[in-house]
Write a protein that binds this ligand. Structure first.
Ligand code: HAM
Length: 420
């Protein structure tokens, strides 16, 4: 006996009706970017492994532990993309998008892959919507990126989310801060593994969730207190734009992101209904990434929003999303001649841009009306053999139950008049 095949471990899948809500969430998160002049990019799902090693950083968990990496049939090392920014920058350089008008504003959406330990809201294949604004230093651009994410969440009706904001400094002030932090950490009583982390990526230690570490780092120096004057000024400007926009945030000087490329403005959106995997989106500036990937010295800023987690957030707040493409009408044909008329009619109704379904198979009137009921259509229409001569049908309003005989030739106009 063959065993039942299942989806791979830790992969999120969506089937109706939840898949409809998934699409609504995904579109809601994309829409504000389109309204702000971002243009769509469709990028490969796998890339050369070197792109992520160089772009995301070898010291990150994402690169060192979580990548799906394999050799293709030509012996090249390929990786399923764990995030989108590195690919967008690679593509921008490859297609010289940065040689035209700046900033280049791009958006994308699709699946990403990280071999993490699966749990609620943490999957090995997850779906993100992202934007990148490349070649702009203006702090108003930072505020725009944050406002776009905020608008996506808000437009879904979400309320219990927060914005956490910090600045990670730049190549001017961060190295000195890093040394200062390492000096501080070297005086603490840390286990060997944490000590190694302090050497490699000391900021991570500030984000340690263990109480023994938390207690020791309360007085650690914070990047926000050691910004150079240019970074400090930039951050103050970003904050003043957020104020103008009325976007609330809390300062999160210990915020650490899982990717190495961040500089200056860095942020995360979290939702109270998600438990441990509370980040529904995050992003920031990455002012050195383009040069790291072989391009010109242009700054950039962007975000990635988690569609799976945003859907969980929507569900946790009990938000009922409007149905997508609800059926206007369900056609029930009784007999083979009536079926031909129904098939033709359904085609015409669909061409007119109206959603219609019809009953298939020989169910009889009772079974077919049950299907009409379950379909959620606003109207049903029954076409019997006897109606064909007059080309009429019995139209029924499924909510009120009111029925009337109407001409099939005018059916489209009738539906439009009643529904649109
Ligand atoms: P990220 O924070 O690593 O950022 O991922 C973006 C979002 O994807 C997260 O906030 C989270 O909602 C979702 N996410 C991440 N991992 C998982 C997972 N295993 N399961 C479910 N959802 C997940 C980036 O990827 C950056 N590229 C964002 C960015 C763009 N920064 C600048 N530009």
């Amino acid at each position: 006996m063959s065993s039942q095949l299942q989806a791979p471990k830790g992969v999120a899948e969506y089937v109706p009706p939840e898949s409809e809500a998934f699409l609504t969430v995904r579109e809601a998160l994309c829409e504000p970017a389109r309204n702000a002049g971002y243009k769509y990019v469709e990028l490969p799902i796998f890339e050369d492994t070197a792109l992520f090693v160089r772009g995301v950083g070898e010291s990150t968990d994402v690169v060192s532990k979580e990548m799906y990496t394999f050799d293709d049939r030509g012996g090249r090392s390929i990786t399923l993309r764990p995030e989108g920014t590195a690919g967008v920058i690679r593509s921008t350089i490859e297609h010289s998008l940065d040689r035209g008008q700046l900033p280049v504003k791009l958006w994308y959406a699709g699946p990403f892959f990280r071999a993490e330990r699966p749990q609620r809201g943490r999957y090995r294949q997850f779906f993100s919507v992202g934007i990148e604004a490349i070649g702009g230093d203006d702090p108003a651009l930072d505020a725009e990126v944050i406002a776009i994410a905020n608008e996506g969440f808000r437009s879904l009706g979400l309320r219990n989310f927060r914005l956490e904001l910090t600045s990670l400094g730049d190549s001017n002030c961060r190295p000195a801060y890093r040394i200062r932090l390492q000096e501080f950490l070297s005086r603490l009583d840390l286990d060997p593994e944490t000590r190694d982390r302090a050497a490699l990526n000391p900021l991570r230690v500030l984000d340690d969730k263990r109480q023994s570490v938390i207690d020791q780092v309360v007085d650690a120096p914070l990047m926000l207190d050691h910004l150079c004057s240019a970074c400090s000024h930039h951050f103050a400007e970003v904050r003043s734009y957020l104020e103008v926009l009325g976007i609330e945030y809390s300062l999160a000087p210990r915020l650490v992101r899982g990717l190495d490329y961040y500089t200056r403005t860095t942020f995360e959106f979290t939702h109270a209904g998600l438990g441990a995997q509370s980040a529904i989106g995050g992003g920031g500036r990455y002012d050195g990434l383009m040069t790291t990937l072989g391009g010109q010295d242009l700054s950039g800023i962007g975000f990635g929003l988690g569609v799976d987690r945003t859907l969980l957030a929507v569900q946790s707040e009990g938000i009922v999303l409007p149905p997508r493409n609800p059926l206007a009408i369900f056609i029930v044909a009784l007999g083979s001649e009536a079926k031909k008329r129904a098939v033709l009619l359904a085609g015409e109704i669909r061409t007119a841009g109206i959603a219609v379904d019809l009953s298939y198979g020989d169910r009889g009137l009772k079974g077919a009306m049950k299907a009409a009921d379950r379909s959620g259509a606003h109207f049903s229409i029954v076409i019997g053999e006897r109606d064909l001569e007059k080309d009429t049908g019995e139209l029924k309003n499924m909510q009120s139950g009111v029925q009337e005989t109407i001409s099939l030739a005018t059916l489209i106009a009738t539906i439009k008049a009643r529904l649109l």
